[in-house]
Design a protein around this ligand. Sequence first.
Ligand code: NDP
Ligand code: 2IT
Length: 474
Amino acid sequence: MIKGNQLVPFFYTFAESFLTLIQILFMSKHQSEINAFLKKVEERNSGEPEFLQAVREVAESIIPFTLENPQYRDARILERMVEPERVVMFRVPWLSDNGEFMINRGFRVQMNSAIGPYKGGLRFRDTVNLGILKFLAFEQVFKNSLTSLPMGGGKGGSDFDPKGKSDLEVMRFCQSFMTELFRHIGPDVDIPAGDIGVGAREVGFLFGQYKRLSNEFSGVLTGKGVQYGGSLIRPEATGYGCVYFVKEMLGVRKMAIKGKKTVISGSGNVAQFAAEKIIQLGGKVIAMSDSDGTIYDPAGIDDRKLDWIMDLKNNKRGRLAEYVKRYKADYLDGVKPWEVKCDIALPCATQNELDAKDAQKLVENGCIAVAEGANMPCTHDAVELFHKHDVMFAPGKASNAGGVAVSGLEMSQNSLRLSWSREEVDLRLHDIMKNIHATCIRYGKENDSINYVKGANIGGFIKVADAMIAQGHV
Ligand code: NDP
Ligand code: 2IT
């Protein structure tokens, strides 16, 4: 005969199996809904792998959330968010120094204006196409929302590559590009900024042409020179912000940047200032790269060496390989920095530059944290590996939001017609990054770990989704 207390284990076994069954049913409902959604998006956007990758990564967090919050599902918010509000595509004719007729293609993707005017950078690189700009514009919507500033999302650019062009060629290109773009943007409509291949020089030429065509001096672009409306700390903001985010992430595990070996991909705007902040906080930057290869400097890239890199990249527009002629270091030709043993890895160059193989290497080498300074530099499989091995991982829409956040502060300063001090802007940037980190924890906490991907996606989604519902089916 079975006694009452002997029934207890049976009851628990039964309850556990029942719960597992419910979980499986719920999971499969999630998965089938995600698959059906992605299938439709794929059909409508074939040939745009980066866009589909970005949508998939968001859908995996947002669809389960909308199943629990049906107001978003009923209003078909995610279906609306994957359709840009408007896309402009145009011809950019310009003349080379030797009088050749050159033709490039220009784009602006105006993705979502639910919480503010379209805001996002311009990318000039030969590989630019509509799919890449749609992925960047889609990410921007969530990122801008996370900053808590009133900015919608957009992105633009051209398949023009400033590398190897003279200053005058770049100026003629920028003037031609803006001659068409100017009718689609404005300080309350759409406010572009920099991205790959678009820095202070390009923003200056673009601003000059906009001012000439519109006959007004306005805050239509951000990342401007400080002499004509730019914000202090804007050049530093993305890199600094990324490191502030890492500081918060490590803080959760009672760790600090001090003494940590860091490898950074890229040696452009984001990489340079990420390196500067790591050095300031006592970390050691041992590798940086450009699209040709990696420099490995075991003694550490200090302030003096970093100044040299900044001059090489920003003024001389040279190649990083030249570093080893000047300083004792190894040059790894055609190799990415992920081979180098480190504690912290900051991918700050471009999308999909860190794949599963690279992630495996980082895991084997004992890396503890990866934060994306670039947009979507880690592939889906790489991110899964980081999660599986408990490597802290920050997605770009959270960790690189400092750049656009200070762009938002530049817009505020332009509207107020005054300029804040370095300290004031840096303090605000620091606060914004802390708040984004807190948002990620709020929506991404899972048992005893934090899923920053989920946290950033849901945290960015809610504000935009609520605004879209409030504004009706537009
Ligand atoms: P820059 O043009 O200043 O620098 C880009 C760097 O990345 C360069 O070192 C470049 O090398 C390298 N790079 C570019 N493309 C590739 C590639 N296909 N393979 C390997 N290396 C490559 O750009 P930013 O620093 O402004 O932007 C870097 C990343 O950060 C981008 O993903 C951008 O979207 C993102 N980002 C930028 C923000 C900003 O405020 N600027 C804000 C948020 C995100 P090379 O010199 O050989 O071309
Ligand atoms: O990807 C990005 O967030 C940027 N390139 C910065 C955009 C901006 O408007 O400052």
